[in-house]
Design a binder for this molecule. Structure first.
Ligand SMILES: Cc1cc2nc3c(=O)[nH]c(=O)nc-3n(C[C@H](O)[C@H](O)[C@H](O)COP(=O)(O)OP(=O)(O)OC[C@H]3O[C@@H](n4cnc5c(N)ncnc54)[C@H](O)[C@@H]3O)c2cc1C
Length: 811
């Protein structure tokens, strides 16, 4: 066994084998996999191993396409053949028009990734799958490349090809300890000796937290028991003369595929069970949980009704095994938060279909620092510290119960709500607030007209449309107040703080005390890594001179890790998080100044406190830090308050606002207004796939300043031009917004992809942002939006359609 290597992958299921294989494909041959037992002896060996192309966003579709392409290539390799039923096709069933509309959106989205789904009616479903009845069926989504693979053969093939490229695999070698050294390298202790390495990768399936504990962390991963059965042969299958397509049913929560001459039917029952919450028997190896068909009776009935042939067919065997889930159902693939040189590929609930793609994107991140696609949807840092195993278990149960029911826009399911709140949450609720969830935080979405108001789940504009319009109108004409809780706030101090930030940002940073500014952080490829507002605060009775760094709530762990990792040796820079100590209130509208002046002493005039200023002050007696910044396009103040004083500041603002028509507004109104201003959202419009020029942020890039991360890459690319361009579109439709991922077409070709869409209430336009081919980025260019299957005219318009001179913000 080697005693020194570059990277050690821990765990030999599909996750570990794929990671190992792809590290070798990305150019690293000095890599090792250690497995406590035999390869695939965790969950992988008994997987139903369906391999679908369907995903909820373009990254998921793209990584699944990679799996499918890779598995096909491997299966055709005579050196190591695999049983892969490629392209049997699969149907996701639907019995409501809303589900069908959702499928049409996912079809539009996948088209941008070169994947052609088809939405078919009930009769066509039955034509393609001769065993099903069309009772209570509207139709479905057809995935032509759906199939299934032999999981053990697949892993052996990946390991074989990795070995051919120089990797080594040590079986029956449990990892027993992990030690990180001062230079960030690791020692991996195993039952057979120690291996020193630069990088460790946790791919331990349901034992993920046994290994995580060895490095002092805990991952938000919980396991569920999951069952399928295999039937005796069915005559109708043999008679059909072709393999049965796969089925996935959100009506009765089961899936079904052909297995030899019969069927394999798997269930997601409501009465489901977590597994291993109190520890896992060390001898649970190549093992299954006890059968329990009683538990799945609720969903079994639905499957029997859909496929009457099942009623006359015997069950050959039952499989019940542990399957891992995370808080939002998507895996954790990437850097481990708070750690250096440590990665994970865990929480895979559909690891056979996705594993090829996850290993690929992980290896790219490890070897190149970033993957081909933006990987935020699978990034382990996307949850805050609230994401513990208890909360994960609740969300896992909910996700399991809804396995094939996709989330609609604005849908937040009930489990684990109130994970992160402030003292204002119950106050806002009493005022009628409905909440959205951002990184666990309950944030005001809009104010309900009545307690039982419940908008429909739909891809169309819903019943909140006029409510949001009224909130926007009050912000535009008077003044609105909202709480932006969870906002990521870092305090950066030290003699080198400003120089450090100058190196991290591609534009100028506010070096003058009392000034604030928006800026962008790039990665080493010159693509967008982050967005933050910097505010330069002078020394005061609250502390020494310091710079505040404010960014999206979800960026908490991501940004902290990125900044910490780049503090140079000997640099005097300290970073302290205030995210959980302070909350921000936003006061916006032309009367915002009058409200602020009525409850905070000092000169708040345009001359005394111009746009992009920052000042410590008091609202009443609550200590606050006020920033003159605006995401709404109106005169606005971001008011940061220590949590202990939040309610006092709120009451003082409400009291002062009475004379000026102050009303509450929520995140939906903010979203509408920011679309009219050309303001972007991190990880919706700001992606690691594009650079600042492609994203239309050239005014924030100062190539003439000193060195900054990403500058060399931008310089190297300066001759090649941009690949895509972010534009604003007006959509000729009043029925529905453009949804992220939707395709833009011209002449039957996909020429762009929507990143955000919403109604602009102040301009009365349906607006969208999209990356399009640069040749089509000029205002006036016409294209067609595939809006949930409805071809809809779209036109490129100016980026900022409301107050383009920015006079209202600066008033
Ligand atoms: C009944 C069932 C049906 C399923 N059907 C499908 C399906 O149709 N399609 C699909 O895509 N997915 C399906 N899945 C999910 C899929 O099987 C899993 O997502 C996948 O197998 C997980 O692979 P993994 O590598 O993450 O974990 P595992 O396969 O559990 O591998 C983890 C490995 O880590 C090793 N390990 C643990 N601790 C240590 C240690 N200390 N030192 C060294 N090694 C260690 C283990 O021995 C194990 O081999 C199904 C799951 C179940 C239970």
């Amino acid at each position: 066994m080697k005693t020194r290597t570059k990277a050690v992958v821990i765990g030999g299921g599909i996750a570990g084998c794929s990671a190992l294989y792809h590290l070798t494909q990305e150019g690293w041959s000095d890599v090792v996999l250690v497995e406590r037992d035999e390869l695939t002896s965790g969950t992988t060996w008994h997987s139903a191993a369906q391999v679908t192309n369907f995903g909820m966003n373009q990254t998921m579709v793209g990584l699944k396409s990679h799996s499918i392409g890779l598995y096909k290539k491997l299966s055709e390799d005579p050196a190591y053949p695999i049983n892969y039923h490629h392209g049997d096709g699969g149907i996701r069933l639907a019995n409501t028009p809303a589900q069908m509309q959702g499928y049409r959106h996912f079809t539009s989205m996948a088209r941008g990734m070169g994947v052609e789904f088809e939405v078919i009616d009930a009769a066509e479903c039955a034509r393609r799958h001769p065993l099903i009845s069309t009772t209570n069926l509207l139709g479905g989504l057809w995935d032509p490349l759906d199939g299934d693979i032999d999981p053990a053969q697949l892993c052996q093939a990946l390991a074989y090809h990795a070995r051919q490229a120089g990797a080594e695999v040590y079986r029956n070698t449990p990892v027993t300890g992990l030690t990180q050294h001062r230079d960030d390298t690791w020692t991996v202790e195993t039952s057979k000796g120690k291996i020193d390495c630069d990088i460790v990768i946790n791919a331990c399936g349901y034992r993920v937290n046994e290994v995580a504990a060895m490095m002092g962390v805990q991952h938000p991963v919980a396991s569920m028991e999951h069952q399928y059965f295999l039937t005796e042969d069915i005559a109708a299958i043999a008679e059909a003369g072709h393999r049965m397509p796969l089925l996935r049913c959100p009506i009765s929560d089961y899936y079904c595929r052909q297995e030899k001459g019969g069927l394999l039917v798997g269930f997601y029952e409501q009465d489901c069970k977590t597994w291993g919450m109190d520890g896992i028997d060390p001898n649970f190896v190549n093992a299954l949980c006890p059968d329990d068909l009683e538990r799945v009776m609720d969903v079994l009935e639905g499957a029997f009704e859909r496929m009457p042939a099942l009623q006359e067919t015997g069950i050959r065997s039952i499989v019940n095994g542990p399957i891992t889930y995370t808080i939002d159902g998507a895996p954790l693939v990437g850097p481990i938060p708070g750690k250096r040189n440590a990665y994970c590929i865990i929480g895979l609930r559909a690891g056979l279909g996705e594993g090829g793609g996850h290993g690929w994107l992980l290896a790219q991140q490890i070897v190149h620092g970033e993957a081909e696609y933006d990987t935020w949807c699978i990034d382990p840092r996307r949850f805050g510290p609230h994401a513990n195993v208890e909360l994960t278990a609740l969300k896992a149960i909910e996700d399991y119960q809804n396995e094939f029911r996709f989330h609609f826009p604005h849908e937040h399911r009930p489990a684990g709500r109130n994970a992160r709140t402030t003292s204002l949450t119950p106050v806002m609720a009493a005022e009628g607030a409905e909440f959205t969830v951002i990184n666990g935080w309950e944030r005001v979405d809009y104010i309900k007209p009545s307690v039982d108001f419940q908008p429909s789940l739909s891809f169309d504009f819903d019943e909140t449309f006029d409510l949001v319009g009224a909130e926007v109108k009050n912000v535009q004409e008077n003044v609105g107040l909202t709480e932006v809780n969870g906002f990521n706030r870092l305090e950066i101090t030290g003699a080198n703080a400003a120089d450090f930030l100058d190196r991290m940002f591609c534009g100028r940073i506010p070096r003058k005390a009392g000034r604030a500014g928006l800026g962008y952080l790039l990665n080493h490829h010159g693509r967008i890594k982050g967005e933050a507002t910097l505010a330069n605060l002078p020394a005061s009775d609250r502390g020494p001179a310091r710079i505040w760094y404010g960014s999206a709530a979800a960026s908490e762990l991501h940004d902290t890790d990125w900044l910490q990792a780049h503090i140079g040796v000997g640099e005097d820079v300290q970073i302290k998080s205030l995210s959980n100590d302070q909350t921000s209130l936003v006061l916006a509208g032309p009367k915002a100044r009058a409200v602020l002046s009525a409850c905070a002493r000092g000169d708040w005039s345009a001359q005394g406190f111009p746009w992009l200023s920052v000042r410590e002050s008091h609202i009443g007696y609550a200590p606050v830090t006020v920033l003159g910044v605006s995401f709404s396009g109106e005169l606005a103040y971001e008011i940061h308050v220590p949590n202990a004083s939040l309610y006092a500041a709120y009451l003082a603002l409400r009291e002062a606002g009475k004379a000026h028509g102050l009303k509450l507004f929520g995140a939906r109104a903010v979203d509408s207004m920011r679309m009219e201003k050309g303001f972007l959202h991190w990880k919706a419009d700001l992606l690691t796939e594009f650079d600042p020029f492609e994203t239309g942020l050239e005014r924030f890039v100062k190539m003439d300043k000193g060195d900054f991360i990403g500058k060399a890459a931008l310089q190297a690319r300066s001759a090649t031009g941009i690949r895509k361009r972010l534009v604003t579109l007006e959509i000729n439709c009043t029925r529905s917004p453009a949804h992220p991922g939707a395709s833009l077409m011209q002449g039957g070709e996909v020429i762009g992809t929507v990143t955000s869409g919403d109604w602009g209430h102040r301009v009365g336009k349906n607006l969208a942002y999209a990356f399009v081919d640069p040749a089509l980025a000029a205002p006036g260019q016409q294209m067609v939006l595939d809006a949930c299957g409805v071809p809809t005219a779209a036109e490129v318009i100016a980026t900022c359609v409301y107050d383009p001179g920015f006079s209202r913000m600066r008033a």
